[in-house]
Design a protein around this ligand. Structure first.
Ligand code: NAD
Length: 250
């Protein structure tokens, strides 16, 4: 990652923070974006304390003007844009307090989930790709195992993550000849604040139903994300990499 400029959304917590730290540890310069500036700043501070280069910005990825300003800042401050990890997202617990089936879902919950999890990825890629065409670049989007199958009571989340998978593949085939690779990660249950919210909503019922018999750690997703952004995965594009402790292998 040395000499690479990297943008990470949702970098103030969980998987985004873990990836930001690994990008920086491998020599990358990182713009950490999050809806909450204090979270993004904390990640940037952790990177600087470890001797790396990072800056933070407040961005609501569901707003196109915010996304454009974030990408402009990355290019202005870091000089270029080599990689982007479009990771910010919300779980069902952020919009629905109960397990709600399709007929009973509120319009507001549907709209917010699709805006933050899916439309945001389109906004991000629209702003990022022009900086990568010709120079080359790599994009990783965060999908979920909910992009491979459904979870009952989470239709908006499931639809948003299936959408991320489709958008990833479309971008990969459209920009391959321009030297831009686009992949996605599909995490299983990973120990982050998002999972804690899901656990709280279900009264702690969620168990690691995978052969490994534990929840994953954010760092275990970060390693794959950094690999997908690096030249070591130069022939990998349009791929959805599942990282779930073998859960979907059953
Ligand atoms: P997290 O809640 O720890 O981190 C998400 C970060 O995104 C937070 O810092 C939050 O402030 C930020 N964010 C939320 N809305 C935003 C917005 N509109 N604009 C900018 N930033 C925003 O959660 P996490 O588990 O690290 O989740 C990261 C991604 O991984 C999400 O896309 C999530 O859907 C996905 N994912 C998580 C799991 C899991 O089990 N934790 C599993 C599969 C997929």
């Amino acid at each position: 990652m040395s000499d690479k400029s990297i943008l990470v959304t949702g970098g103030g917590s969980g998987i985004g923070r873990a990836a930001s730290l690994v990008f920086a540890r491998e020599g990358g310069r990182v713009l950490v974006a999050d809806l909450y500036l204090e979270r993004a700043s904390e990640t940037a501070e952790l990177i600087r304390e470890a001797g790396g280069v990072a800056l933070a910005v407040r961005t609501d990825v569901s707003r196109e003007d915010d996304v454009r300003a974030m990408v402009d800042l990355a290019v202005a401050e870091l000089g270029q844009l080599d990689c982007a990890f479009n990771n910010a997202g919300i779980g069902t617990a952020a919009t629905e307090s109960t397990n709600t089936r399709i007929v009973d879902m509120r319009q507001e919950a549907w709209d917010r989930t699709l805006a933050v999890n899916l439309t945001s990825v389109w906004h991000c890629m629209r702003a990022e790709i022009p900086h990568m065409v010709e120079r080359g670049g790599a994009i990783v989007n965060t999908a979920s195992i909910a992009a491979r199958g459904a979870l009952a009571g989470s239709a908006a989340y499931v639809a948003s993550k299936h959408g991320v998978a489709g958008l990833t593949k479309s971008a990969a085939i459209e920009y391959a000849e321009d030297g831009v690779r686009v992949n996605a990660v599909a995490p299983g249950h990973i120990e982050t604040p998002l999972l804690e919210q899901a656990l709280a909503r279900r009264g702690g019922e969620l168990s690691p139903r995978n052969p490994v018999r534990r929840f994953g750690r954010a760092e275990e997703i970060a390693e794959t994300v950094v690999w997908l952004c690096s030249d070591r995965s130069s022939f990998t594009t349009g791929e959805l990499v599942t990282i779930d402790g073998g859960r979907l292998a059953r």
